[in-house]
Design a protein around this ligand. Sequence first.
Ligand SMILES: Cc1cc2nc3c(=O)[nH]c(=O)nc-3n(C[C@H](O)[C@H](O)[C@H](O)COP(=O)(O)O)c2cc1C
Length: 194
Amino acid sequence: MNPGDHPFFKVVEQRVSARNYRPDPVPQEHLELILNAARLAPNSGNQQACRYLVVKDREKLDELKEACIINREKVLRARGDEVPEESAIREHYDVVFSAPLYVLVLVDKTVRYKGYEQKDGSLAAAHIILAARALGYGTVFYTDSIPEDLCMEHLDIPERYSRTCIIPIGTPERWPEKSDRLPLSELVFLEKIA
Ligand SMILES: Cc1cc2nc3c(=O)[nH]c(=O)nc-3n(C[C@H](O)[C@H](O)[C@H](O)COP(=O)(O)O)c2cc1C
């Protein structure tokens, strides 16, 4: 096989952040394959600081969505930005919360090798995102769109954890266009960076 034809590269090529989902559930065996890929990710000193909180409960997701809507208005006002109609903010968050399930990548802040947890969390998230794409699902690495403090409060997450990201997993309503990247020639340097 031509090395470039390896299925891994197809998965990487096809991955794109998806934000609008169909409600179709993700079968448990698919979710387990995806989370097992996260479990096997490289991590600092093999201290395994990551935990994965799966949220499917619509009531909990709706509560978090309402908190995000209220918060968004407050943030825009505090910044002095134009505040859209509440209905526009709600429409946006109806999309953000359209997936059938969400995985929060949490990291234990009490681990021995402190300061590495967020790096561990990001690597685990990358495994989740690529494994999900390999199985035909969309994802996105959400941070500020669903603020960490709201997740901590509304999903009742103990203080010892901090959140790397929250990842929806589901079948996209439609696959978005891939976003552009700089060419390798602008990104890669041999021996010395300009
Ligand atoms: C650290 C990090 C934080 C991100 N936070 C958000 C976010 O809060 N909201 C959002 O819509 N997308 C977020 N994204 C997704 C990026 O916007 C997206 O990956 C980027 O625009 C490239 O597009 P692509 O993933 O489709 O290639 C985040 C991605 C990363 C890696």
